[in-house]
Design a protein around this ligand. Structure first.
Ligand code: SF4
Ligand code: SF4
Length: 452
């Protein structure tokens, strides 16, 4: 007898998400997971070509087969038993989900709020459960937080691979990592092992800086810049730290994106435990990497983490959101000096999906004389590990070449590039051989500028 579907994520919020016409053809199986897919009523707003929809796969192909609508319809058909007893390992669902980069564009743009990124994660988790194993490449990318601390020991290998094409080709055929893609390079020293412990002074305005796996091990200068900016603004900066003897904290993003829900939940529990003493006192939690910080406001609700989630979610803010909020409340006291020149900004998909680009605009507008232009583009195409995967490399570059890279080239090189996402910076580095800055680094530069 066929076993009923056992969802790995907590879909209960979707049980009563809509009423009446809000759901269309709820499938026989899947309970609230099926209802979440049934929020798609087939209106095809996600396939509009008169306005630039965010969905990067549809933007690229203009093909129904690569749209949110088709993915939702295929998932409903799978839950209705139309693809046999094991739909999660069948080709129909795999093909429909193949080019979904989990950008969250649909959640923001679909009038019914279809969240394909979340639906896809569940489908992936069901796939691994049905297969009884997870491929090596997906395990490697998901387990990054486990070995990030040792990544620097392999920087020599990344350099050698970029000089010896045979190594890159062997790695592609063995692991499925695109030979044409550069490997990320870890910093010689992570940030958190020397992060200062600061005691608050009287009347201090205290904040917690969340240093994610990427900022900690790959871009510690971004965490350092954020610390300096916040201190220059008069804030006392605390850091969430792991329990004694444990490895660095992580939000769980790499596990979640690869459909490893139990591991994502374990990381989330560690992080919520570490943040709780601060959050309980009402301190804001400031994040740097959009896909990491925004997990706390979104995916954590699906991980069955208990009542503390709502309080943590409320405290979680991206650096730009925090500074914009402080500015609006007339509490901001950042000594920003003039920086004449032009800046070209690329927004991370999750910044766009959660409406954080408004804050980026506001905060960059506080830097005197800086001329800021925002790139009109969708996903950069890297999307976590998507652009690293051999079978997706070409599509990833095509996504980047749709708008992002041509606009950067057209603007010349006499400007500053800004991108808050680690994947976006990687894609831009590979695409135009330039290194974008994070907002924190730009603000630090403005604080340290001579102002002439
Ligand atoms: S995903 Fe949203 S916009 Fe697209 S067809 Fe379904 S309901 Fe319409
Ligand atoms: S998450 Fe992004 S790529 Fe996937 S269906 Fe939604 S808009 Fe398209």
């Amino acid at each position: 007898m066929k076993k009923p579907l056992d969802p790995k994520l907590d879909w209960s919020a979707y049980d009563s998400y809509g009423e009446g016409d809000a759901y269309a053809q709820i499938p026989a199986e899947g309970g609230a997971y099926g209802k979440a897919a049934s929020l798609c009523i087939g209106s095809r707003q996600c396939q509009r070509t008169d306005v630039g929809v965010m969905c990067p796969s549809f933007r690229l192909t203009h093909d129904d087969a690569h749209s949110t609508r088709h993915r939702a319809a295929t998932l409903k058909a799978a839950l209705n038993g139309e693809y046999g007893a094991q739909p999660f390992i069948g080709k129909e669902l795999a093909e429909a989900m193949e080019l979904c980069v989990a950008c969250k564009g649909c959640k923001r743009e679909c009038p019914n709020g279809v969240d394909m990124a979340m639906l896809r994660t569940e489908a992936l988790a069901q796939r691994w459960a049905a297969l009884g194993k997870i491929p090596l490449r997906e395990q490697l990318t998901a387990h990054l937080p486990l070995f990030a601390h040792h990544f620097k020991l392999f920087n020599w290998f990344g350099s050698l691979r970029s000089k010896v094409p045979l190594i890159a080709k062997l790695m592609q055929s063995w692991l499925g990592i695109a030979a044409k893609r550069s490997l990320p390079k870890a910093a010689p020293r992570d940030f958190m092992s020397s992060a200062p412990i600061i005691s608050p002074t009287e009347n201090a305005r205290e904040v917690v800086l969340l240093v994610d796996t990427f900022s900690n091990h790959f871009d510690p200068d971004i965490a350092q810049a954020a610390l300096e900016v916040l201190q220059a603004g008069g804030y006392t900066v605390h850091f969430a730290r792991p329990a004694q003897g444990e490895r660095a904290l992580c939000c769980g993003r790499t596990y979640f994106s690869n459909g490893m829900i139990d591991e994502a939940r374990a990381e989330a529990v560690r992080l919520v435990d570490a943040l709780w003493p601060f959050v309980e006192r009402g301190l804001p939690v400031i994040g740097l990497e959009p896909s990491c910080l925004l997990m706390l406001r979104d995916e954590y609700y699906m991980l069955d983490l208990g009542e503390r989630v709502a309080t943590v979610a409320k405290a979680a803010l991206l650096l730009e959101e925090f500074i914009a909020r402080e500015h609006d409340a007339k509490r901001l006291n950042l000594p920003l000096k003039a920086m004449s020149g032009q800046a070209l900004v690329h927004g991370h998909c999750h910044q766009k999906a959660f409406g954080a680009m408004k804050s980026m605009r506001k905060v960059l507008g506080l830097v005197p004389e800086l001329e800021v232009e925002f790139i009109e583009a969708s996903c950069c195409g890297m999307a976590g590990a998507f652009g690293m995967e051999a079978e997706h490399y070409d599509t990833s570059m095509q996504m980047a070449e749709l708008a992002l890279l041509p606009q950067i080239r057209a603007a010349g090189t006499n400007n500053m590039l800004i991108a808050n996402g680690t994947s976006c910076r990687h894609q831009i580095r590979d695409g135009v051989a330039r290194q974008p800055l994070h907002l924190a680094q730009v603000l630090r530069a403005a604080i340290n500028a001579s102002g002439d």
